[in-house]
Write a protein that binds this ligand. Sequence first.
Ligand code: UDP
Length: 317
Amino acid sequence: MKTIIVTGGSGFIGSNLCKRLINDGNKVICVDNNYTGRMCNIEGLLSHPNFKFVLHDITEPLDITEKIDQIYNLACPASPPAYQGEHAIDTTKTCIIGAINILELARKNQATILQTSTSEVYGEPEVHPQREDYWGFVNPTGIRSCYDEGKRCAESLFFSYHRIYNMPVKVVRIFNTYGPNMRHDDGRVVSNFICQSLQNQDLTIYGDGKQTRSLCFVDDTVEALVRMMNSDKDFTGPVNIGNPEEHSISEIAEIITKKINNSSKVCYMERPADDPTRRQPDISLAKQKLNWQPLTSLDDGLSKTIAYYKIDLQRYK
Ligand code: UDP
């Protein structure tokens, strides 16, 4: 049995990861400040003897006395509406000061530490699909930069700790992920479109809907995180984790509308600044090093997610 910290553990991917690690027989310490995380995401775990929740903001040092074997660092708001605007400075602090605090905890424990980086490090990509050796094209002063540059700096910190202290670090770049436990008001495309459609509201397409994303179901993402954490010590990444099946936003609206079959139509709204035009992961490295690729079809993943929101939306009536 390993003792594992998951920061951001009551968030969307974090809570799915905690559940998986508990089911695998580990002891899990879930750390979150619940800014975007929610207790309802982990309510099924709270009574488990091997699960502990710690309410903590990682921009403050974390004092855990137990011996820790592994740390997954997922703490950070990840939805554009959540990390922009008045939360921009906190987002950068979480990415950088938070990463330093968690790296120091890993150093003290000689624990393996995994950083969840993001496809946003590629910014508005000039190469397509994106491979890990592409350095990206990020606007350093734009409204997304608090997140994009924060995550880029966090990658830099992880590799500095690896070089200076010879620490076992792992860096994954997660592409768009969807599934149960994403907040209904998260603001991202899948949660918005499903919740709008279930409530007979029009689906809000930003811009002309020709921009693309590649959507990965959360169970596949979690599988990749676990494989990466337990991969060869020498394999640091960065490695792309995502589903290479690319769709335009208009196609995603159409697929969801058809599946839910309510009376919703689409409406068009202004496209946010610096919204990337195309995004698709090249996952050759993950296939080769982790023997991983996504297994859930978009149709199956959306069915599971729609079933989740049908119940979840009842809470907010
Ligand atoms: N999007 C949209 N309508 C929405 C939410 C998002 O058209 O209600 C678009 C958004 O402009 C972007 C894409 O969907 O082009 C994915 O946005 P999301 O926020 O889900 O993820 P990210 O931009 O972080 O990839």
